[in-house]
Design a protein around this ligand. Structure first.
Ligand SMILES: O=C(O)CCC(=O)C(=O)O
Length: 366
């Protein structure tokens, strides 16, 4: 990334409450960029980070930011849920022990999540938890700094679990037979660890408000699944995952500020939660849940003396482009920026007829 682009990248504001004068400047800038988009002026004249806004923000995204004088925004590129892809694998094509029942598939379409199911034994989960606990304290071989992101690219036993047939056969019945992963993350919530507030995502433009990490052919069809695996017991007291069923139908707005904060940024989802509708999902080590990242989800604080250790990974069909034309990805909520030089997707199941995405070159996974 050029120095010039870096400067523009750094002035894109992370979500938080701001004084009126600052919001006014950002509002004027946003009006300017929306005008550029409406007049269809060539984006090539703009610095690269600003090109991202003009190209990737939808009119609704501009309206909310400008109309609220930069106090609100969409949490991600707006979309509605139009159902599963056409090529999902029928249950008869996977071993009977991994076949989802019609009720399970219907529940996923209705609620946006499915689980818990079982991927591996408690002992296997505990062994992986122990090795990842060490690994996450060292600088990542791919990114060069300590991070919970994408450690599957350098941890064969993590990738082995991600390739477990129980997980991939279930995912294939919701997303189709050909599956790759583009990202993983550890969620190690230590004793006293904070809640993760309600959130949702779709193409992950929420991470830098410039470039979506994922570009599917149709944003409204399901094009990604999150698989979240418990590596230690995940309980009501230590902050198990929580979902609000049916909320994957649309992407909501946020307002900046708020008490809780979302990792290192500060916003609150504009959704009035009815506690009676919240589904809490305790899990045993080795169990997993599959969900659409669009369903509103979060987790409570860890009020126990033991850590709640978990990992997730994101699954896509190979027709979804990942980080197109980027060699750098900034996640403002993590306060981290990742060079994509050594990053790549990893095929998990089936084949890739499209060849749209770079494959990881890490020797460990060849
Ligand atoms: O592990 C958690 O508490 C939150 C996980 C999450 O938000 C996710 O997997 O998308």
């Amino acid at each position: 990334m050029s120095r010039w682009d870096q400067i523009f990248n750094s002035i894109i504001p992370e979500p938080k409450a701001r004084p009126f004068w600052e919001r006014s400047l950002y509002c004027l800038g946003t009006v300017f960029l929306y005008g550029w988009k409406l007049l269809r002026l060539p984006v090539g004249y703009l610095p690269r980070p600003l090109q991202g806004i003009v190209k990737n923000w939808t009119p609704e995204m501009f309206h909310v930011v400008i109309g609220s004088w930069v106090t609100r925004a969409y949490i991600d590129q707006p979309c509605r849920f139009e159902g599963l892809p056409n090529n999902v694998l029928p249950p008869s094509k996977v071993p009977a022990r991994h076949a989802l029942s019609p009720e399970q598939i219907e529940a996923f379409v209705r609620d946006g999540f499915l689980g818990p199911l079982t991927a591996c034994s408690k002992e296997e989960a505990a062994a992986l938890a122990a090795s990842l606990a060490k690994k996450r304290t060292l600088p990542s071989e791919n990114f060069g700094f300590v991070t919970d992101r994408d450690l599957h690219l350098e941890t064969p036993e993590m990738l082995e679990l991600m390739r477990s047939p129980a997980i991939l056969d279930a995912a294939a019945q919701l997303l189709g037979p050909d599956l790759m992963t583009w990202r993983s993350q550890l969620f190690f919530k230590l004793s006293g660890g904070r809640e993760i507030q309600w959130h949702q995502a779709s193409t992950y433009i929420v991470e830098d408000y410039l470039e979506p990490a994922l570009v599917p052919p149709n944003r409204h069809r399901l094009f990604q699944l999150t698989v979240w695996i418990a590596l230690t017991p995940s309980t009501l007291d230590n902050g198990c995952l929580e979902f609000i069923p049916g909320t994957h139908q649309e992407i909501r707005t946020i307002h900046f500020g708020g008490e809780q904060g979302f990792y290192k940024v500060s916003f609150e989802l504009e959704y009035k939660v009815d506690p009676a509708k919240v589904i809490k999902m305790p899990m045993e080590p080795g169990q997993f849940v599959i969900f659409s990242e669009r369903v509103i989800h979060g987790s409570g604080p860890n009020q126990t003396d033991n850590p709640r250790l978990a990992m997730n990974f994101r699954v896509i069909p190979p027709y979804v482009r990942v980080y197109p034309e980027s060699n750098f990805h900034r996640a403002m909520h993590m306060g981290q920026a990742y060079s994509l030089e050594k990053w790549g997707t990893v095929m998990l199941r089936g084949s890739d007829e499209y060849g749209l995405n770079r494959r990881a070159q890490t020797p460990v996974i060849q």
